[in-house]
Design a protein around this ligand. Structure first.
Ligand code: NDP
Length: 259
C-alpha cells in the first residue's frame, strides 16, 4: 500500500511554466498522485498539449498567462480559483535564461527582461497565492504549500548570468520570508534549486561537446537531469508529509554542487 500522505486526492496544485520542462515534470507527478492540476504558460497551444497529457490522470486546465504582467497573474489566479474552487499548492516555476557576452556587456534590457519574469513573476504569483490562502485560513481552512524554483546559480553565481543568478538568490530569500510570515496560516514555503537539467532552456548547452566534456562529466550522477527527476519533490512538497518542512532549499543536481 502506498504511504497515505503522498495521496494528493482532493488537493489542487498550480504550476506556472507547467506546459514543458521541469514544470511539466512536476505537474505530471502531482496529477499521478491524485491532485487536480492547473498550469500556466504564455503559449496556449503548448498549454493544451500539456493538459491533454495531464488529463489522463484527472482534472487539469491550462491558462494563457504572462507572469511578468501583474494583471495577467491576478486575472489568471481568479480564473483558476473559479474553476477549481481552491488552490493548495503553488509552484512558481516559470522562468527564462538569457546569457550575456559578459557582465560588462550585459544590456540593461536583458537584465530587466530576466528580472521581470524570474522575479516579478514569482512575486506576483506568490502574492496572489498568499492572498487566497490567508483568506481561506481566516475562514477556518488553513494550510498550503508554496514553492519557488531557484537554481544552483542562487548559491554559486553564474558567469555571464549575473541577472539570472540575482533573481534566483532573490527567490530563495523570498521563500524564506514567506515561510516565516505565513507559518501561522499552516503554510510552508520552500525553494527548489535544480542543477543541469535537459530542457528547452539548456538546449544550447546540450548541443555543446565542450559542455558535455567539461561540465556533465563533473556531475557525480554522470548525466543530465530530467524533468521527471522533479516529480518526487513536487509530490512531497504538495503533500501532508511535508507539513512541518518550511524555509528550506532542496538542491536537485545529481551531486554537482558538492563535487
Ligand atoms: P523551460 O524553458 O523548459 O520552460 C519554461 C517554462 O516557463 C515554460 O512552460 C514556459 O511556457 C514558461 N514561461 C516562460 N516565460 C513565461 C512567462 N513570462 N509567463 C508564463 N510562463 C512563462 O525551462 P525549465 O523547465 O528548464 O526551467 C523551469 C525553471 O527551473 C525556471 O525557473 C528555471 O530558471 C529553473 N532552472 C532550470 C534549470 C535547467 O537546467 N533547466 C537549472 C536551474 C533552474 P511558455 O513559453 O508557454 O510561456
Amino acid at each position: 500500500m502506498a504511504y497515505a500522505p503522498f495521496d494528493l486526492s482532493g488537493k489542487v496544485a498550480l504550476v506556472t511554466g507547467g506546459n514543458r520542462g521541469i514544470g511539466l515534470g512536476m505537474a505530471e507527478a502531482l496529477a499521478q498522485a491524485g491532485a487536480e492540476v492547473a498550469i500556466w504558460g504564455r503559449d496556449a497551444k503548448r498549454n493544451d498539449e500539456a493538459v491533454a497529457q495531464l488529463s489522463k490522470y484527472g482534472k487539469s486546465r491550462g491558462y494563457a498567462v504572462d507572469v511578468a504582467l501583474e494583471q495577467s497573474v491576478d486575472d489568471a489566479f481568479a480564473a483558476t480559483l473559479r474553476d477549481f474552487g481552491r488552490v493548495d499548492t503553488v509552484i512558481a516555476n516559470a522562468g527564462i535564461g538569457a546569457a550575456a557576452p559578459s557582465f560588462s556587456e550585459m544590456p540593461t534590457e536583458t537584465y530587466r527582461k530576466v528580472l521581470s519574469v524570474n522575479l516579478d513573476g514569482v512575486f506576483f504569483t506568490l502574492r496572489a497565492a498568499c492572498r487566497h490562502i490567508v483568506e481561506r485560513a481566516k475562514n477556518g481552512d488553513p494550510g498550503g504549500s508554496l514553492v519557488g524554483l531557484a537554481s544552483l546559480a542562487a548559491i554559486e553565481g553564474q558567469a555571464r548570468g549575473q541577472h539570472y543568478a540575482a533573481t534566483k538568490g532573490a527567490v530563495v530569500s523570498m521563500m524564506k520570508a514567506i515561510a516565516v510570515e505565513h507559518a501561522r496560516y499552516g503554510v510552508r514555503a520552500n525553494a527548489v534549486l535544480p542543477g543541469w537539467i535537459a530542457t528547452d532552456m539548456t538546449e544550447f548547452a546540450q548541443q555543446s561537446p565542450v559542455f558535455a566534456e567539461k561540465v556533465i562529466t563533473r556531475v557525480p550522477s554522470r548525466r543530465w537531469g530530467k524533468p521527471e527527476d522533479f516529480g518526487g519533490i513536487a509530490v512531497y512538497l504538495a503533500s501532508d508529509a511535508s507539513s512541518y518542512h518550511s524555509g528550506d532549499l532542496f538542491v536537485i543536481d545529481g551531486g554537482y554542487a558538492i563535487f
